[in-house]
Ligand binder design. Sequence first.
Ligand code: CA
Length: 234
Amino acid sequence: MSLPPLPSVPTAGLRVLLVEDEHDIAANVWDFLERRGYVVDHCADGAGGLARAMQGGFDVVVLDLGLPRLDGLDLCRRLREAGHGVPVLMLTARDTLDDKLRGFAEGADDYLVKPFALAELEARLRAVARRGRSSGPLACGPLVYDPDVLAAQRDGRQIPLTRLQGALLEILLQEAPRIVPHARLIERAWGAAGADMAALQTQVYELRALVDRPFAQPMIQSVRGVGYRVVAPE
Ligand code: CA
């Protein structure tokens, strides 16, 4: 099944924070991205990278997993705990499923295994920037989602979400009340990492437990065999 094309993001001026301690890789990536029109800032250790990322102002953080002072997973977790929703593309030499899943649990948006082609890095970087581009709070009836703080609100109640739950709710609200096909939800939330229907169902189940179950009328509807949609209560 082919997906409709997503709007492109202009490359020029996209602000990238590169947190990478290996000098040759950092220099190559920096040089490549600057030639392509990106604005690049670089930190060679995790603690410095976290401080810089916390200051904000970046469209994407390209984050090495193994870093001195604070590793990439801890950096990512602390960034999310502080409420920063900036997209994170994780770099790692450890090609194991375990690390990949941990990376996503800590709030990374995508994952690239070293060694990688620079063109591949750029493609992933543009994809996560596009997904992470904030449009400000989105709303459907009493349900509001603010991607900048990874939290929903319903009837004035604040509901913190995980990165995956937030990505799913964001596209559902953008399209509401239209049905969003399963494949588009998976593409939006998991990116190049991909996921299967069971993973999607699990995330939607958890999302419903947070934004629907405590309230009188459910808003997230499943359309069997097609997708999900959000509909305002009557
Ligand atoms: Ca490293």
